[in-house]
Design a protein around this ligand. Structure first.
Ligand code: SF4
Length: 303
């Protein structure tokens, strides 16, 4: 069994909708984050690699150059010839609306870019942004708003210095849905102080908000973060592969069939990742998830 036979992956959802492969091309448009610059918080989330916010350390190529480079890699690797420009790094709605429009327009000017995926925080989506995104959608583009929630527990969000609570997420998704936007909610498994039960409760609360998609990944410990210091001092223990897979399988089983899973794992750059080591083996993790989903299905068919 392949993963996309067990769950509705983003890849399968796009193939079924358009009849061809659609891939996200990740873009770092040099945004900052309100949880860094003092407008929402200082220091950022404890798991965020803040050193990469240093202006001198970040001189990424232009949006056009990033799309061109990403396309060259993806075409070879997957054969996909249509793309979503995925504004992924940092808070991609944290700028003046005219600037945002010019940036998004520049990505959509590429013939093979059929839409946008915009990653942001729930407390950073004013109606002007939602209205702009819904206008692109009205023009026929495939539009996703990716909201980083990570946990539905305010205690956890406080502990990782997230700078927003669950309420802000509920407000953001409600407003996005009023604009008929597709929302993909991001959750992290293995946050400090959380157990499998926390992840299942967060999944259940998120499902109540009726997102169109979900992205799940394990907490990575990367260099230069507060969580790395907590890990080194023994204050934080990373998840085991088994615990991660078991949690994700249960989360998947809670979801309605039409929910699109944008991701079921994730990793960090090799030179940044400290732990857990299994995070870097994406296919090992996905194969384990697929195997357990298959096993779960077999057990339930035989009952
Ligand atoms: S909201 Fe995102 S970009 Fe901002 S500090 Fe947290 S993880 Fe980093």
């Amino acid at each position: 069994m392949y993963l996309d036979q067990a769950v509705l992956t983003f890849g399968r959802a796009m193939r079924e909708k358009y009849g061809f492969k659609v891939h996200k091309l990740a873009i770092d448009a040099q945004f900052s984050c309100p949880n860094r610059d003092g407008s929402k918080g200082i220091g950022g989330c404890t798991f965020c690699n803040n050193t990469s916010f240093s202006p001198n350390a970040r001189k990424p190529p232009t949006v056009d150059e990033q799309l061109d480079a990403g396309r060259r890699v993806i075409i070879k690797r997957t054969g996909a010839t249509r793309y979503l420009a995925y504004f992924q790094a940092y808070t991609n709605t944290y700028a003046d609306i005219h600037y945002l429009k010019s940036l998004y327009d520049s990505a959509l000017a590429h013939q093979d870019v059929i839409g946008l995926s915009i990653g942001t925080r729930p407390d950073c989506v004013p109606d002007a942004v939602l209205s702009l995104l819904s206008e692109y959608q009205r023009q026929g583009y495939e539009i996703w708003l990716e909201l980083g929630l990570q946990s539905s527990f305010d205690k956890t969000l406080d502990a990782v210095n997230r700078g927003h609570g669950f309420k802000e997420y509920q407000d953001a998704i409600k407003r996005a849905q009023r604009y008929n936007l597709q929302v993909c909610t991001h959750l992290i498994v293995g946050l400090p102080g959380e157990t499998m039960q926390h992840s299942l409760t967060s999944m259940s609360r998120v499902l109540e908000s009726r997102p169109s998609g979900i992205k799940i990944h394990p907490l990575h410990i990367v260099r230069g973060t507060q969580i790395a210091r907590q890990w080194k001092s023994g204050e934080y223990q990373p998840l085991s592969l088994n615990d991660y897979v078991d949690t994700v399988v249960r989360m998947v089983k809670m979801a309605p069939e039409e929910l699109i899973f944008h991701r079921l794992t994730g990793t960090a750059a090799e030179d940044l990742l400290l732990a857990p080591a299994w995070c870097s083996k994406k296919w090992l993790v996905l194969n384990e998830i697929t195997r357990k989903l298959e096993q779960y299905k077999a057990e339930h068919v035989n009952k």
